[in-house]
Design a protein around this ligand. Structure first.
Ligand SMILES: Cc1cc2nc3c(=O)[nH]c(=O)nc-3n(C[C@H](O)[C@H](O)[C@H](O)COP(=O)(O)OP(=O)(O)OC[C@H]3O[C@@H](n4cnc5c(N)ncnc54)[C@H](O)[C@@H]3O)c2cc1C
Length: 297
């Protein structure tokens, strides 16, 4: 883990905003996993730049998390600094059809603000329980992906002194962002729409999610990516895996591509169950499912 010298050097940069040996499970939607050796909530670009530079100089691993809604934390925890963006990174500004959202903005807030301003195009993102930064990294979406409406992204690359603009390439649940790039804000281009119509669409989509997803138990959304031309949920259901469990982890009866934490699950439980499901689908259909959820590393 971190040496005393590394702790002191990080503290000299981050002051009171750094804590050590912080449990990460409560900061994720699946609620599994161990502690971060160091954890900081950072509210501005100056401190973020300093923290990442310090990590690079000290060879301390670092990682960025949003709302942890697509993230599994290993049971042994994370050996370096975990950063969550707050403060300045939650601001949304709208000018005409352009929306600039800080990376820590909840996706739902962006959707609501756009609707109130009479802007359409982001409705497909509503109900995705993450931040804009996490959504850009994952190219989160449904029938509409965030990459479809992104104009450009502001990033800070660890070890570099200034933020830059980039327009990543997006593909299904992936972006071409460099691993060392932290999204600090995103600019979206939306289209004029009727506020009442857009709001009605948001309500309809949220109701559909409530009816089809096991939101009453901790989960990470879809565990597997959909294979080309098919749906992971259909394959898992047809392979008879619904209701399978391993330790505290269970394949949801409501949505087969969700693994839920029934209480006391570990990260190892979730991954072992995912392995069993993957093997069953491979055996029955010859299709190799790929994890959608990220494992913090
Ligand atoms: C109930 C439920 C429903 C879901 N439905 C959907 C859905 O319909 N569609 C969909 O696509 N996803 C869905 N998800 C998954 C998840 O909400 C999205 O992937 C979301 O975009 C993740 O955002 P986050 O802020 O929680 O990121 P995290 O889970 O915290 O992180 C995910 C990845 O993004 C990286 N990251 C986070 N912030 C930044 C940043 N600022 N800069 C660079 N990298 C960053 C992390 O390092 C990590 O690799 C669902 C999840 C749940 C729990």
């Amino acid at each position: 883990m971190l040496s005393d010298a590394q702790r002191a050097a990080l503290k000299s940069v981050l002051g009171k905003s750094i804590e050590f040996d912080v449990p990460l499970a409560p900061k994720t939607s699946m609620k599994v996993g161990g502690p971060a050796a160091a954890y900081a909530e950072i509210g501005g670009v100056v401190n973020l730049t300093a923290a990442l530079s310090q990590c690079e100089q000290l060879s301390v691993p670092w990682s960025i998390i949003g709302f942890g809604s697509n993230l599994l934390v290993p049971d042994e925890g994370y050996p370096g600094l975990v950063v969550r963006l707050v403060g300045d990174f939650t601001k949304v500004t709208i000018k005409g059809t352009k929306v600039r959202a800080g990376a820590a903005t909840p996706i739902v807030s962006l959707c609501r603000e756009a609707a109130l301003a009479g802007l359409a195009g982001a409705e497909g993102l509503v109900g995705i329980p993450g931040t804009i930064g996490g959504a850009v990294r994952m190219n989160a979406g449904t029938d509409v992906e965030i990459g479809d409406v992104i104009k450009r992204v502001e990033v800070l690359v660890a070890g570099e002194p200034l933020q830059t603009f980039t327009t990543p390439e997006f593909s299904y649940r992936r972006s071409s962002l460099d691993r060392r790039a932290v999204v600090t804000a995103a600019e979206l281009e939306l289209t004029p729409g009727d506020p009442a119509t857009v709001q009605a669409e948001l309500r309809k989509r949220i109701a559909k999610r409530n009816a089809t997803q096991p939101l009453e138990l901790p989960n990470s959304g879809s565990i597997f990516r959909n294979p080309p031309g098919d749906h992971a949920a259909r394959l898992i259901d047809a392979a008879g895996c619904k209701g399978w469990h391993w330790g505290g982890a269970e394949v949801s009866d409501k949505h087969a591509n969700f693994i839920v934490n029934r209480g006391g699950a570990t990260c190892a439980d979730v991954l072992a169950l995912a392995d069993r499901v993957r093997a069953a689908v491979k055996e029955k259909f010859g299709v190799e499912l790929e994890l959608e959820v990220h494992v913090l590393a």
